[in-house]
Design a binder for this molecule. Structure first.
Ligand code: ADP
Length: 457
């Protein structure tokens, strides 16, 4: 400012001196006026330029092109330019923070919807859009109650008690497909609300499965228990003949065995679910597995009094890797089913074969009653039976195929069923490459050792 004052007085002095030289006292006064007016005009011109620059519409390159002005106006322009640049930088940083914040909410596995004080949608992420069927752009400022028409949600919104969540049908739900969404509102700010949603379909399904499973197990155990109780009461209250007592005791033993088989299968299933996946270290020869399986199923056929043509093809010279007891239980379950469901006089073919596409296949083909196609997709569900009474008569628990499926999947393979009503069934599974190999050749005895064993002449 001091410099500016000095320059003004210097101009005034110069103009006054020139005026004095040219026209005496009046000339000096005129010179002073001219000097002052010239200063004012120059100052106004600079102010107008500065104002023009400030008034120009803001463009990103604007700040790079400020007018070059001397003195005070130059300093003002410089100061304004710095302030504008700092503001622009702050705006850009805030924008970036906002973008990364929104990107993080977009990446959230949960649905996030922002509602204003009138319950209109101001923003939502893609997950929420999927849950409720919103269009993130088109549905902005739409009333959420108009878009989420579930009566439970409408009641929840109207009640205004947001301390709990509400579970409704998601947009993807159809008559054949379950899609359940849990939604909860969280008020914030000045009447705005945060609507958080998550997909709870799997949770609800697991819950239903758990309830069904408990109900099934209770039912399966209650039936033999009721029968056992009946016999116990009869034995306690009625004086029975010896042969009748023996018959009742045999029936009681049968029910106890049924319960034991059920508990064993349940334990097997829970072990399969809880134990780590089988490694590739243990190798078991197929021939040994098949010998054990054949012995068990021939025993079962004898117990059931079945006259069947059970043809077990000699197992190829392979060994399989995994958990031997699990693979044995899978093949025994399949052959035992064929024995149980095929009437006397029927044929059962059991074979292993190298499919040539890197897979080893086990298959059991029977000439039994076959299974109607509508049952096939559900056969491996726990406790699913096509014919309840036949399964029970032959000691079935309804868990055999569930166990087989688990074992096969744990070993990287797949269970397949082909069957036609009245035309028999073929149950097969394959194991992937890496799970089988040819049995290594027996070590050759060295000639020296062989010579040592020859008796002295
Ligand atoms: P279960 O103990 O009842 O045999 P599984 O899980 O082993 O239970 O089998 C499920 C159902 O599949 C059986 O109840 C039966 O109806 C049907 N099934 C299984 N194997 C055969 C087969 N070889 N022939 C006909 N039906 C079969």
């Amino acid at each position: 400012m001091a410099l500016r004052g000095l320059v003004f007085f210097a101009i005034l002095l110069a103009c006054t001196s020139v005026g004095l030289g040219l026209g005496g006292g009046w000339g000096a006064a005129g010179g002073a006026w001219v000097g002052a007016l010239a200063w004012l005009a120059a100052d106004l011109a600079m102010a107008a330029r500065a104002l023009r620059w400030l008034r120009r519409p803001a463009r990103p390159d604007e700040l790079l092109d400020p007018p070059e002005l001397p003195g005070l106006w130059g300093a003002v322009i410089d100061r304004v330019r710095r302030l504008l640049r700092a503001r622009d930088q702050q705006v850009a940083e805030a924008g970036q923070r906002m973008q990364s914040f929104l990107a993080a909410i977009q990446a959230s596995p949960n649905g996030v919807t922002l509602l204003d004080e009138a319950n209109r949608i101001t923003w939502c992420n893609q997950t929420a859009a999927g849950h409720f069927g919103f269009d993130a752009q088109r549905d902005q400022l739409q009333l959420v109650g108009n878009l989420v028409r579930d009566p439970d949600f409408a009641a929840y919104l109207a009640a205004g008690d947001f301390s709990h969540e509400v579970v409704i049908n998601g947009r993807a739900a159809t008559s054949s497909r379950l899609a359940r969404v849990s939604a909860q509102l969280h008020p914030y700010g000045d009447g705005q609300k945060l609507l958080l949603s998550r997909d709870v379909t799997a949770l609800e399904q697991a819950d239903t499965m758990r309830r069904d499973f408990v109900a099934n197990v209770s039912h399966e155990i209650r039936t033999p228990l009721t029968v056992l109780n009946g016999f116990v009461e009869t034995l306690q209250t009625l004086p029975l003949e010896e042969d009748e007592r023996t018959r009742y005791l045999a029936l009681m033993a049968q029910q106890a065995q049924r319960m034991q088989a059920l508990v064993n299968d349940l334990l097997t299933l829970s072990r399969l679910e809880g134990s780590p996946l089988p490694g590739g270290g243990e190798w078991v020869p197929l021939a040994a597995l098949m010998a054990q399986c054949e012995e068990e199923v021939r025993g079962l056929a004898a117990v059931l009094g079945k006259d069947l043509d059970l043809r077990c093809m000699p197992a190829p010279g392979f060994e399989v890797s995994g958990i031997g007891s699990e693979i044995l239980s899978a093949i025994t379950n399949l052959v035992a089913n064929a024995v149980r469901y095929t009437p006397s006089g029927g044929t059962i073919d059991v074979s292993w074969r190298d499919r040539g596409d890197g897979r080893l296949e086990f298959s059991v083909q029977d000439t039994g009653p076959g299974i109607a196609s509508e049952h096939l997709p559900r056969l491996t569900e726990r406790f699913y039976r096509v014919d309840r009474s036949r399964s029970r008569e032959t000691g079935g628990t309804g868990l055999g195929l569930a166990i087989v499926k688990h074992v096969v999947q744990r070993h990287g393979g797949e269970l397949q069923v082909e069957s036609r009503l009245g035309q028999g069934s073929t149950f097969s599974f394959w194991l992937p490459a890496g799970r089988f190999r040819p049995v290594p050749a027996a070590p050759v005895v060295p000639p020296a050792a062989a010579g040592a064993e020859t008796p002295p002449q």
